[in-house]
Ligand binder design. Sequence first.
Ligand SMILES: NC(=O)c1ccc[n+]([C@@H]2O[C@H](COP(=O)([O-])OP(=O)(O)OC[C@H]3O[C@@H](n4cnc5c(N)ncnc54)[C@H](O)[C@@H]3O)[C@@H](O)[C@H]2O)c1
Ligand SMILES: [Zn+2]
Length: 334
Amino acid sequence: LLEEVSRVAATGRIAALGDSLVLDLHGASLRAGLEDFGTRLRFFEIPRGEAAKTLSVVENTCAGLAEWGFERGDVIVGFGGGATTDVAGFIASILARGVRYASLATTLLAQVDAAIGGKTGVNLAQGKNLLGTFHQPMAVGCDTSFLTTLPLREYRAGLAEVVKTAWIGDPELLELLEEDPPKTPQHVLLPEIVRRCVAVKANIVAEDEKEEGRRAVLNFGHTLGHAIEWEAHGRVLHGEAVALGLLAAIHLSVASGRCGPELLARMKTLLEKLELPVRDPDLDVHAVLARTRHDKKRSGARDRYQLTEGVGQVSVAQDLPEDAPRKALEFLRR
Ligand SMILES: NC(=O)c1ccc[n+]([C@@H]2O[C@H](COP(=O)([O-])OP(=O)(O)OC[C@H]3O[C@@H](n4cnc5c(N)ncnc54)[C@H](O)[C@@H]3O)[C@@H](O)[C@H]2O)c1
Ligand SMILES: [Zn+2]
């Protein structure tokens, strides 16, 4: 990534956007990797977490970039987790009608999911990611050594996306996770695991960049997962909600006759090995169902649930028994 960015920005500028924690922990190593740029490399600090994904952050950062004299041939690097890469990509897509962009991902979630695929965005008070663009990065860097400073809970939350990705498109990776679960970021196979997840997602995106069809399978576990996350009001991390959402999606798949209950047991055992939640006694079933209907209305009521026939087989379904989502949520409360 650094080579590619250096080549493209050869005589221009590089703006690295990152939150205060990531810049404190890892800013020096990025600066060292781009030392030839001297003052042509500048860091722009954005808020931590979802607070970065607002239009006022976009406006302030763009103003700072313009003040510095940032031009079309210069390069933006999104340096951080998914919140950072989402807003940095968004800025790159609109500044001067689009400038080159690279993402250097520092969370597991960003390395295996958010930083790849070109979806960018910010939130509105009415909901997450309501403003956004498709803007492909020219390069994505995933260095697992960044992950050693990540809180273990954040690391594990990222593992839920690894499980999702393996289930969708890499059955062998799923077996590897079962045999030798990567419980810490020091795990020797982690670079290989990240590499395989990137390959699965990149292939799906290459086939359907704008999510007109197949890309929707990447939402496996996310229909109920998003609603669980939203209604938990910060108590449950995104990846933790995805773990619950994956179980719910398989519960729905069993209920609609697509697969047998042994797959539900298989997913539960794997999530437990990875120390991810497999139940939530505080889950508010009514609120989550109402939120799911709300999300469904907004997305045009189509392509509602991603269900599975088996590992490596995920498809979109509209033929669910009416009661199935409620039963799946009640299963999670037990
Ligand atoms: N564009 C997409 O396709 C896509 C896909 C999935 C998720 N997302 C988005 O990604 C975001 C969530 O991603 P995230 O969890 O990576 O978010 P994040 O960027 O908020 O990072 C989470 C926290 O980890 C800290 N952090 C980051 N790297 C660290 C490191 N190496 N060591 C210590 N701390 C570190 C950050 O400061 C932050 O507090 C959401 O906004 C979601 O909408 C986007
Ligand atoms: Zn996700």
